[in-house]
Design a binder for this molecule. Structure first.
Ligand code: G3I
Length: 385
C-alpha cells in the first residue's frame, strides 16, 4: 500500500469511529476516491442506473490511482476526445482504433460498459469528409458514401463490444432549429421527402446495420433547460421514429451550472418521454454531466467555497440525483455519465473563461472525495432504506 493510502486508511478509521461515537454527526471520513474504505458511487446507485465517466486512455495505467478510481467508482466509460472523428479517422484511408481498443479491453477485463463518443459531429471532424482534392465541397452522394464508410467501419470493428453509440452529436443549432453544419448543408433533403434530417437518418440506419444490438443515441446540450430545444428535438425524433429510423434514445449532455432548475428539467424530460408512445423502449441517457460553480454570465475565474456555497452546491447535486432516481423508477433512464472524474482535469477549467478554477465534479483535484460525493452516497442510502 502507498504511504498516502496507509495514512488515509488510518484517518478514515479514526474518523469513522468518531462519526459513530458522535451521535447525530453527519461528518464523513476524509478519503481518497481510490481508498479501499471509500464507498463506490456506481454500487451505491446500482439499483437505479449505471454511473459512468469520461476519461482518457492515459488514465489506464495498471496500478495507478487514476485507474483504481475508475475501476472502483464507475461502471460506464467514454473517451473524452480519443474516439471523435478527428482522432479515429483523421484522413480518408487512416483509422486509429488503438484508444478505443484499449478502453474496450479494460471494460472487458473489469466487466464495464463502453459508450462510443461520437460518430458524426460538426466539431472535431476533419475537413477531408467535406472537400475534394481541389478544395471544392463534395456532392451529397460523396458525403453520404464517406459517412456510411466511416460509420460501418468503426461500428463493425466494435460490434458486440461498444454497447452504446452517440451516433450524432449536437444536431440542433444555438438559435433553434437544425444546426447549419456541413453535414446538413451538403446532404440536405437527400431522399426528397421534404425534411432535412436525412444525414441523421442515414447515420442511424447505417450504425444499426453494422451492429443491430448496440443502443443508438442522438446526443445534445441544453435540453435540460430549454423547452424550445426540447420541442425541436421531440418533433424531429418523433418524425424519424414514425419513419422507422432506429433511434433508441436521446442523450442529455447536462453541462449545467448552479442556476439549474430541477422542475424545468423534469418538464422537458416528460416531453421527450412522450416518444415512448411510439417506442416503449425509448430512453434518455445522461451523457456528460458536470455542475459548474459559476453562473453562465459570470466571467470570474475563482469562486469562494464558503460553507454556504458548498452546502447549496451539494444539495443541488443531491436534488439532481434524486431526479435521476425518479427518472429511473419511471423507466426513463438507466445510465448517468459524468464528464470527467476529478476537478483537476475538467474541461470547465478552460471554458468558457480561460484560466478559471472550477469545481464541477464529485472528486477534487487531489482525488479526495468531496462533500458533494458524500451527499449522493447519503441520498442513495436514504432512498434504498
Ligand atoms: O491535444 C491538444 C494539445 O496537443 C494542444 O497543446 C492543446 C492546446 O490547445 O490542445 C489539445 O487539444 C484540446 C483537446 O480538448 C484535448 O485536451 C483541444 O484544444 C480542445 O479544444 C479539446 O476540448 C475538448 C472539447 O470537447 C472540444 O470540442 C474537451 O477536452 C472535451 O471535454 C469536450 O467535450 C465535449 C463533448 O465531446 C461534446 N459535448 C460538449 C463537451 C464539452 O465541450
Amino acid at each position: 500500500m502507498k504511504p498516502k493510502r496507509i495514512l488515509s486508511a488510518v484517518i478514515a478509521f479514526a474518523i469513522s469511529v468518531t462519526a459513530l461515537t458522535s451521535c447525530g454527526s453527519t461528518s464523513h471520513p476524509d478519503l481518497y476516491a481510490y481508498d479501499e474504505d471509500a464507498p463506490s458511487l456506481y454500487e451505491a446507485f446500482s439499483q437505479w442506473f449505471k454511473v459512468g465517466t469520461a476519461m482518457n486512455t492515459s488514465d489506464l495505467v495498471e496500478g495507478s490511482e487514476e485507474m483504481e478510481i475508475l475501476i472502483k467508482q464507475y461502471n460506464v466509460f467514454t473517451l473524452e476526445n480519443e474516439s471523435k472523428p478527428d482522432a479515429m479517422h483523421p484522413s480518408e484511408d487512416v483509422y486509429n482504433f488503438d484508444a478505443l481498443d484499449k478502453l474496450v479491453e479494460f471494460a472487458n477485463e473489469y466487466d464495464k460498459t463502453v459508450r462510443g463518443h461520437v460518430l458524426v459531429w460538426h466539431s472535431q471532424c476533419p475537413d477531408w469528409f467535406f472537400y475534394d482534392d481541389d478544395g471544392n465541397t463534395v456532392s451529397a452522394d460523396v458525403l453520404v458514401e464517406r459517412m456510411k464508410e466511416h460509420i460501418t467501419t468503426i461500428v463493425s470493428h466494435y460490434k458486440g463490444e461498444v454497447d452504446v453509440w452517440d451516433v450524432v452529436n449536437e444536431t440542433l443549432g444555438d438559435n433553434g432549429g437544425l444546426r447549419d453544419s456541413m453535414w446538413y448543408q451538403i446532404i440536405g433533403d437527400y431522399d426528397g421527402d421534404g425534411d432535412k434530417y436525412d444525414y441523421i437518418e442515414i447515420a442511424f440506419t447505417t450504425a444499426h446495420e453494422a451492429d443491430p444490438d448496440a443502443r443508438l443515441i442522438i446526443n445534445d446540450y441544453n435540453l435540460e433547460w430549454s423547452e424550445d430545444r426540447t420541442i425541436t428535438m421531440y418533433m424531429m425524433v418523433k418524425s424519424m421514429l414514425e419513419e422507422g429510423i432506429p433511434i433508441d434514445g436521446i442523450g442529455l449532455q447536462m453541462h449545467i451550472d448552479i442556476d439549474f432548475d430541477v422542475e424545468t428539467c423534469k418538464n422537458n424530460v416528460e416531453i421527450l418521454m412522450k416518444l415512448k408512445e411510439i417506442d416503449p423502449d425509448f430512453v434518455i441517457e445522461i451523457t456528460e454531466l458536470d455542475l459548474s460553480c459559476f453562473s453562465w454570465s459570470d466571467q470570474s475565474t475563482e469562486v469562494e467555497l464558503t460553507d454556504e456555497f458548498v452546502e447549496m452546491f451539494d444539495s443541488l447535486y443531491s436534488d439532481i440525483f434524486e431526479m435521476f432516481i425518479e427518472f429511473s423508477e419511471a423507466g426513463y433512464l438507466d445510465s448517468v455519465v459524468m464528464w470527467g472524474y476529478n476537478d483537476g482535469s475538467t474541461w470547465l477549467n478552460s471554458y468558457p473563461v480561460s484560466g478559471r478554477t472550477n469545481h464541477p465534479l464529485l472528486i477534487d483535484e487531489d482525488y479526495k472525495l468531496k462533500s458533494a460525493y458524500w451527499s449522493l452516497i447519503d441520498l442513495a442510502q436514504a432512498k434504498s432504506s
